[in-house]
Design a protein around this ligand. Structure first.
Ligand SMILES: Nc1ncnc2c1ncn2[C@@H]1O[C@H](COP(=O)(O)OP(=O)(O)O)[C@@H](O)[C@H]1O
Ligand SMILES: [Mg+2]
Length: 234
C-alpha cells in the first residue's frame, strides 16, 4: 500500500538579503514509498536530503509539484494543504525525528514521553507505564526520568527524542539522522526498533550518515536527482 507519493517536486529558496536571488535545491523529484519500506536518502552533504524530508513534513513548502501523504483513508497534498490539515496529518500520520531535541524546558523526561499518549486519550497510569517502558528500552536510566533533558548528553537527548515519537504509532516516519551521536549498543537498539516498525508496515524515509545503519535499515536507497546545470549568460 502506497503511503507517500511525491510528484515533480521542486524546491528553491529565495534569498531576500541577496536581492531576492533564487537558490534551487530540488528539481523534479519523484518518490513513492510503500508501507513496509525504509527508503534512505543517499546523496552528498548539501544535496538537499534534509530539505526533501522537510518538504515531506511541510516544514518547507514545495516551490512546485505535489507531496501526497496517505492520511487515514484519504490522500492529502501537504504541499498545498491548509495549516489546519497539515496539523491533523502531523498529529496522527507523520512522525518526524531530527538529531536535535526541541522541547518545552523544565518538563521532566517521563512527562515529555507520556504527553503524546495523554494527547491521544490514553489513561494516565497506562501512558506513564508505556513511557517508562519506552525509556527503559532506549537505555535512559530511571534516575533521569524526573529530570528535564536540557542537561542530558547529546546521545541521551536523541534517545528521548526518539522515545517521544516512537511511543506513537505513526504509519509514516521521517528520520533525519536521529542516531548521529549514539554509542554502539544504543544504536543497535534503535536499529531494531526502527526495523520492527518497518516490518509491521510503517513507511519510513530516513537519512543516515552511518553506513552500518544504512545497510541495516534501508530496503532501498534514493539518490537526490542532480540539478540541471545552470547556463551562465554574458
Ligand atoms: N532555509 C534555507 N534557506 C536557504 N538555503 C537553505 C535553507 N535550508 C537549506 N538550504 C540550503 O539547501 C542546501 C541543501 O541543504 P540540506 O537539505 O540541509 O542538505 P543535506 O541534508 O543533503 O546535507 C544547502 O546548500 C543549504 O545551505
Ligand atoms: Mg541534512
Amino acid at each position: 500500500m502506497k503511503r507517500i507519493d511525491v510528484s515533480n517536486l521542486s524546491k528553491h529558496f529565495t534569498l531576500h538579503l541577496q536581492g531576492g536571488m533564487q537558490l534551487p535545491i530540488l528539481d523534479n523529484v519523484n518518490l513513492q514509498v510503500d508501507a513496509g519500506e525504509c527508503v534512505v536518502l543517499h546523496a552528498p552533504s548539501g544535496a538537499g536530503k534534509s530539505t526533501l524530508l522537510r518538504c515531506l513534513y511541510a516544514n518547507y513548502r514545495a516551490s512546485s509539484g505535489s507531496v501526497r501523504i496517505r492520511h487515514e483513508d484519504d490522500w492529502v497534498d501537504i504541499a498545498s494543504a491548509p495549516a489546519r490539515q497539515i496539523h491533523a496529518v502531523r498529529q496522527s500520520t507523520l512522525g518526524f525525528v531530527t538529531q536535535f531535541l526541541r522541547v518545552i524546558p523544565r518538563i521532566s523526561t517521563l512527562d515529555l514521553v507520556t504527553q503524546p499518549l495523554l494527547a491521544r486519550a490514553v489513561p494516565g497510569a497506562e501512558a506513564r507505564e508505556r513511557a517508562a517502558r519506552m525509556l527503559s528500552r532506549l537505555g535512559i536510566a530511571p534516575r533521569l526520568w524526573n529530570v528535564p533533558p536540557a542537561t542530558f548528553s547529546g546521545g541521551e537527548q536523541q534517545r528521548v527524542n526518539l522515545a517521544r515519537t516512537l511511543i506513537c504509532d505513526y504509519p509514516i516516519l521521517l528520520l533525519d539522522e536521529p542516531t548521529a551521536s549514539l554509542d554502539e549498543a544504543n544504536r543497535d537498539t534503535v536499529i531494531r526498533m526502527i526495523d520492527e516498525r518497518r516490518a509491521s508496515g510503517v513507511a519510513i524515509v530516513g537519512i543516515f550518515h552511518d553506513k552500518t545503519l544504512r545497510d541495516a535499515l534501508a530496503t532501498r536507497l534514493f539518490p537526490i536527482p542532480p540539478l540541471q546545470p545552470v547556463t551562465l549568460v554574458g
